[in-house]
Each structure stands twice: as C-alpha cells, then as structure tokens.
Design a protein around this ligand. Structure first.
Ligand SMILES: NC(=O)c1ccc[n+]([C@@H]2O[C@H](COP(=O)([O-])OP(=O)(O)OC[C@H]3O[C@@H](n4cnc5c(N)ncnc54)[C@H](O)[C@@H]3O)[C@@H](O)[C@H]2O)c1
Ligand SMILES: CC(C)[C@H](C(=O)O)[C@@H](O)C(=O)O
Ligand SMILES: [Mg+2]
Length: 359
C-alpha cells in the first residue's frame, strides 16, 4: 500500500474553483489506476478568505499547507478585492504564502503541443523544437523590497526597492544549473546588468556558480532582448533563470508560445521536496462562472507535483499523455480553439483527460 500523501487544496477565486475541481478528478483517477493514496484538505485563501475570515491568508490555511506534503492552488484575486489596499494586497496573499512556505524557486515549463501550433502567436517554423522552462526567483527582488510613499519636492512620490542578496541569487542559480543538467545543458541567465546593481550582483553570482557546472553552456541575456528573442528564436532557449519580476513577465510571454496562458503549469519549490503547484494564470474574472476556463494548466500542475514532490513518474506520464491524446483528437477549450464555435467547456475537457488516463 502506498503511503498516504497529504495535499492542501486551495481553490481560491474566479476560475480557481472551476479548474481545481477538474484537477481533483485527476487525483481521484490516479488513486484508482495506480493505487497511490491522497488525503486532500481544503483551505480558504485569497478573496474568499477575506469575505469569510477577514484576511487573505488565515493562520489555519497556513497550518493546513505546512502540515501537507504539497499544495494545489487555483488562483486568487479579482476586482472586488484588488484595488482595496487593506484587502487583497499580494504581499499578504500570494507573496505572503510563498514567503511563509519558503518557496524561492518557481518553475514554469512552456510545453508546446504540436497540434496546438495553429493556436500559437508564432509561425510553426519559428516554434519548431521549442521546449523551455522559466526558472523564476520567487521570494526576493522588487516584490519584497521596502515600499512606501513620501512627499517630494514635486508632490507625492512612491518608492519600491529592489534588493537581492548573494545567497538568494546563488540558491536559484544552482537550482537552474541542476535543471539544465537534466535537459539540454543550456542555461540563459536573464538580467538587466547594463542598468541595475541587483542585476550586476546576479550576473557575478551566476558566473561564479557556473564554475561548478562546466558541462552547462551559460549565456547572459538582457531582459529586453530576451523578451524579443523569445518571439524570434524560442527554440534556442532551454532553461531561463531570472529574477522575480522579469520571470513573472517572461513566463506570461512564454505562455503565448504554447497557445494560451491556460496551458502553463508551475511548481514553486524550496529546499526540500515540498512544493506548491498552480497554473501560471490568474483568476480570470472576465470568464469566471461561465464554465469555459481551460483546466489543462492546473491538471499539468498535478503532473508536476507527481514528478517533483512525490516521484510518481508513471502517474505524471499518464496525465501528460492523456492531455496530448485529448488535444490530438481535436478537443479545445475556447482559449486554444481556432474555430471558437467548436470549443468545449471546463468540465468536458477535464472529463476527457480523466477518461484518457491509463496505467
Ligand atoms: N497565481 C495567481 O493566483 C494569480 C496569477 C495571476 C494573476 N492573478 C490575479 O488574477 C486576477 C486577474 O488577473 P489578470 O486578468 O491580469 O490575469 P489572468 O491570468 O487571470 O487573465 C488574463 C487573461 O487570460 C485569460 N485566461 C486566464 N486563465 C485562463 C484559462 N485557464 N482558460 C482560458 N483563459 C484564461 C483570462 O480570461 C484573461 O483574458 C487579478 O486579481 C490578479 O492579481 C492571480
Ligand atoms: C498575482 C501576482 C501577485 C502574481 C505574481 O506576480 O507573482 C502572478 O502574476 C503570478 O505570476 O503568480
Ligand atoms: Mg504573473
């Protein structure tokens, strides 16, 4: 009998609950097919937690996550809470949970399915051979530096500070080199070292760490150039490592190589095997409640959880193969459909994937 794995499930807001429900069906099917056992515990987080508990990250939610082996998260936020400075500030919500759980490394693979090339923003010949991962530093940089307002000579000023220490850069660099080692041994470190002091420290540190990885070919790319090269020569990238805000932006850009942000899964990791798994997309208030969100990013996040936290490679492969089969058969949610009139909904897509899973 396999050991019971505890998974904290945080559905969140907007389309979060819709896509997480499909991912939970995948967990259940995995138990039936492979005999693995999962104990799920649901917790409130984000806007719904503000409404019900008065805070985006209640203490009990943090405890549920801390006592679990992994966290499955949908998405949080929405217009109801976003603009109220007292409510869903990212620093108390998403940023707070990442920091509290020590999740400094955010892995965002952009997997291109051949049959979806028609949905991509790029021409098929430019996309050919593209398979890349953005490794985003997650608990430092301008997101976490001191922020304040002050009265300046010309009126009110707002200040966001960007801080990185050498240890923060070194640990993410080492992780990216390790990942590159398991792939095509190419690492692009993205910074803005022609302008930013944090980027100069970043580059120096990556260069120093690279001495321990002589088998990995390292290139440095300035972030503005990287944004352009991602559209010009995406297949020349394999692993991209970058700081928090650059990684946020570049991973949304990379999503469009796959056809939609509804396809991009992610893993947020710390030092051990514990991880938080979530789609890269947000709560999509514009389509929430309509049953049309693409659940594939969340379902592929479960596959990442199986690989990176549990080592259940057989079950991960079963999910990934099922997703490919369902897409190859022509099934599309609206975001990846060329002919929108043929699009299927969230539940139908989830069920097709569950039904296609095999041992
Ligand atoms: N990790 C998270 O929880 C997370 C991530 C990003 C944004 N957010 C929050 O989500 C809210 C909305 O943010 P946004 O609109 O900038 O970004 P978003 O990712 O929610 O949506 C951007 C666009 O992509 C579409 N989209 C996103 N996911 C989709 C899916 N699965 N299927 C089909 N289409 C999809 C949306 O309909 C929208 O048009 C904000 O409150 C933001 O702070 C949360
Ligand atoms: C909602 C926001 C705080 C978050 C981020 O910037 O990290 C999101 O965009 C993401 O990519 O997970
Ligand atoms: Mg983002």
């Amino acid at each position: 009998m396999a050991e019971v794995k505890k998974i904290a499930v945080i559905a969140g807001d907007g389309i979060g609950p819709e896509v997480v429900a499909e991912a939970e069906k995948v967990l259940k099917r995995t138990e039936e097919l492979f005999g693995y056992q999962f104990e799920t515990e649901h917790a409130l987080f984000g806007g719904i937690a503000i409404d019900e508990k008065g805070t985006p990250l209640p203490e009990e939610t943090l405890q549920v996550c801390q006592s679990a082996d992994a966290v499955l998260l949908g998405a949080v936020g929405g217009p109801k809470w976003d603009n109220n400075p007292k409510e869903l500030r990212p620093e108390t919500g998403l940023l707070g949970i990442r920091k509290a759980l020590g999740l400094f490394s955010n892995i965002r693979p952009a997997v291109i399915f051949d049959c979806l090339k028609e949905a991509s923003t790029l021409k098929p010949e430019v996309l050919e051979g593209t398979d890349l991962i953005v490794v985003r530093e997650l608990t430092g940089g301008i997101y976490f530096g001191e922020k304040f307002r002050r009265e300046g000579a010309n009126g009110q000023e707002a200040v966001d500070t960007c801080v990185y220490n050498v240890n923060e850069v070194e640990r993410i660099a080492r992780q990216a080199f390790e990942i590159a080692r398991t792939r095509s041994k190419k690492l692009a470190s993205v910074d803005k070292a022609n302008v930013l002091e944090t980027s100069r420290l970043w580059r120096e540190t990556v260069v120093r760490v690279s001495a321990d990885y002589p088998d990995v070919e390292l290139e440095h790319v300035l972030v503005d150039n990287c944004a352009m090269q991602l559209l010009r020569r995406p297949s020349s990238f394999d692993v991209i490592v970058t700081e928090n805000m650059f990684g946020d932006i570049l991973s949304d850009e990379a999503a469009m190589l796959t056809g939609s942000i509804g396809m991009l899964s992610s893993a947020s990791l710390g030092e051990g095997s514990f991880g938080l798994y979530e789609p890269v997309h947000g709560s999509a208030p514009d389509i929430a409640g309509q049953g049309i969100a693409n659940p594939i990013a969340t379902i592929l996040s479960v596959a990442l959880m199986f690989r990176l936290t549990f080592g259940y490679h057989d079950a991960a492969e079963s999910i990934e193969r099922a997703v490919k089969e369902v897409l190859d058969a022509g099934n599309r949610t609206g975001d990846i459909a060329v002919d929108k009139s043929t699009a299927i909904g969230t539940v139908a897509m989830g069920q097709l994937i569950v039904d296609a899973m095999r041992k």
